[in-house]
Design a binder for this molecule. Structure first.
Ligand code: 3EB
Length: 385
C-alpha cells in the first residue's frame, strides 16, 4: 500500500488492518502478543501506544519502540509476534514483560524503553538497562541465566564518549564494558537444561545503532517444563572469530554474545541468528561496497545455520538453509544503499518476511547487519517434504 506521506494515525490504522487480514487468512484464532515498532520519529511512540491501547484494550501487545526509520519511507514498520491459543497460552502481559507458554517452554520477553537518566555515563546507562531487564525477569522468578537473546539499540553508537577507565572512548565500547561487568557472575543456561557448560557461553544478540542518543534494550529468556528435554546450544561461526574473543582494538572488554543460538526440545527447534555483518575472522571485508557486504553477511549466516555447523556443534538434523529463515531484519547504514541491499537479500532469500531499517552499525566501516530466526529440526523437515 502506498502510504508514504500519510499521517501517522492513517499508517497505524493500515498496519492494524494488514495484521488483522494476515491473521484472518493464516491463523484466525491467533492473537498479537508482542510488537517491535520501528519509528522514523521516536517521539511518535506515545501516540502509537495510545492508539493501540484504544484498539486492543486490556489485551494490548507488549510493544517495544525502536528509534530506526523504516527504509521504505514510511513512518513506522511493525514486526509482530502472534500466538495461536490451541497449543499455547499467555501467562503475563505488562508494559515491560510478556510471558507465554508453548509446547512445554515458557518464553519471557522483557524490554527497557529508556535509560533512567540520559545525563549519566554510557556505562552507567547500560548497566542500568541490563538491571532493568533483570528486574522484569526476576518478577517472574526467572534469573538472567535463562536469557538466550538480547537486542541492544544504541544511539550515536560509533560516537565518542568519556569513560572513567579509558578516558575518551566510543559509546559501543562502553556498552561492551558494561555488558561484560554485568555478565561476569552470570553462568548462562546453567540449570536451564541438563547440559553443564565447560566453556564460556553467551546469549545471541544484536548490537545496533539507533537515532539520537537513545538506548533501548530487550531480551528473551526461556524456561523448560522439563529441563531434561530442553536444549540450548550457542553456535559459533567457523569463519568468524567468536565476538567474545575479539582483540582489544574493537573494545577493551570484548562483546559477549554468541553468533547464533539453537533452542530445541524433542525434534523441533528455533535458531536465533545474532546480528551478522561482513566480518571474516575479526576483520571487516568489502569496505564501501554494500552489495558485497550483504553477500558476505548472508554467506556468514549460511555457514552458521547449515547442517554441517549444527552437526559440528552436536545437533545433526537441526541445520537449515538460508531460504528457510522465517523472519529477518536488515539494518542498513546509508539510505541510498537500501535498494542494492534489498536486491541481494531478495535474490538469496526470496519470500522471507523482512523488515529493512536505517541504522548505524557498531564499526564505522560496516554498511549492513542482518539477523533472523529459523524454524528447524527433524519434525520440521518431515512436514516440509
Ligand atoms: C559483529 O559481528 C557485528 O554487541 O551484541 C553483532 C551482533 C554485532 C551483536 C552485540 C554486535 C552485537 O561484531 C556487531
Amino acid at each position: 500500500m502506498e502510504l508514504v506521506g500519510a499521517p501517522l494515525e492513517i499508517q497505524i490504522d493500515s498496519v492494524n488492518a494488514q495484521i488483522s487480514a494476515a491473521i484472518q487468512e493464516y491463523a484466525p484464532d491467533a492473537e498479537v502478543i508482542q510488537q517491535t515498532v520501528f519509528l522514523k520519529d521516536y517521539e511518535d511512540r506515545k501516540f502509537c501506544q495510545q492508539i493501540w491501547r484504544e484498539y486492543y484494550g486490556e489485551k494490548i501487545p507488549v510493544n517495544v519502540y525502536v528509534p530506526q526509520a523504516p527504509c521504505d519511507g514510511q513512518l513506522l514498520a511493525v514486526e509482530v509476534l502472534v500466538l495461536e491459543p490451541e497449543n499455547s497460552q499467555v501467562l503475563h502481559r505488562s508494559e515491560n514483560l510478556l510471558a507465554f507458554k508453548q509446547d512445554g517452554v515458557t518464553f519471557y520477553f522483557a524490554c527497557e524503553q529508556e535509560p533512567e537518566d540520559y545525563s549519566r555515563s554510557m556505562y552507567a546507562q547500560s548497566v542500568g538497562m541490563f538491571q532493568g531487564l533483570e528486574k522484569s525477569f526476576k518478577s517472574r522468578k526467572i534469573p538472567f541465566e535463562n536469557v538466550i537473546r538480547t537486542w541492544l539499540y544504541l544511539g550515536n553508537i560509533t560516537e565518542p564518549t568519556y569513560s572513567e577507565l579509558e578516558g575518551e572512548t566510543q559509546r559501543y565500547k562502553e556498552l561492551n564494558r558494561a555488558r561484560t561487568d554485568f555478565f561476569r557472575d552470570i553462568r548462562f543456561f546453567d540449570g536451564v537444561t541438563k547440559t553443564p557448560w565447560t566453556h564460556e557461553v553467551y546469549p545471541a544478540s544484536t548490537g545496533i545503532g539507533a537515532d539520537g542518543d537513545t538506548v533501548v534494550m530487550s531480551a528473551l529468556a526461556v524456561q523448560f517444563d522439563d529441563p531434561q528435554n530442553g536444549v540450548i546450544l550457542p553456535l559459533e561461526n567457523p569463519q568468524q572469530t567468536s565476538a567474545f574473543c575479539y582483540g582489544t582494538e574493537y573494545s577493551i572488554k570484548s562483546p559477549k554474545f554468541s553468533r547464533a543460538l539453537l533452542l530445541a526440545s524433542h525434534d523441533s527447534g528455533l535458531i536465533f541468528v545474532s546480528g551478522t555483518a561482513s566480518i571474516i575472522e575479526q576483520e571487516t571485508w568489502y569496505q564501501g561496497d554494500p552489495e558485497k557486504q550483504t553477500e558476505q553477511t548472508l554467506n556468514n549466516i549460511e555457514v552458521l545455520i547449515n547442517e554441517q555447523n549444527l552437526a559440528a556443534h552436536g545437533k545433526p538434523g537441526f541445520g537449515c538453509e538460508l531460504s528457510e529463515l522465517v523472519s529477518m531484519r536488515v539494518y542498513v547504514k546509508r539510505p541510498e544503499d537500501y535498494e542494492k541491499v534489498r536486491a541481494v537479500c531478495e535474490r538469496r532469500l526470496p519470500n522471507v518476511p523482512s523488515i529493512y531499517t536505517i541504522a548505524d552499525v557498531c564499526r564505522p566501516d560496516l554498511l549492513v547487519e542482518i539477523e533472523g530466526i529459523a524454524d528447524v529440526g527433524p519434525s520440521r523437515n518431515i512436514e516440509r517434504k
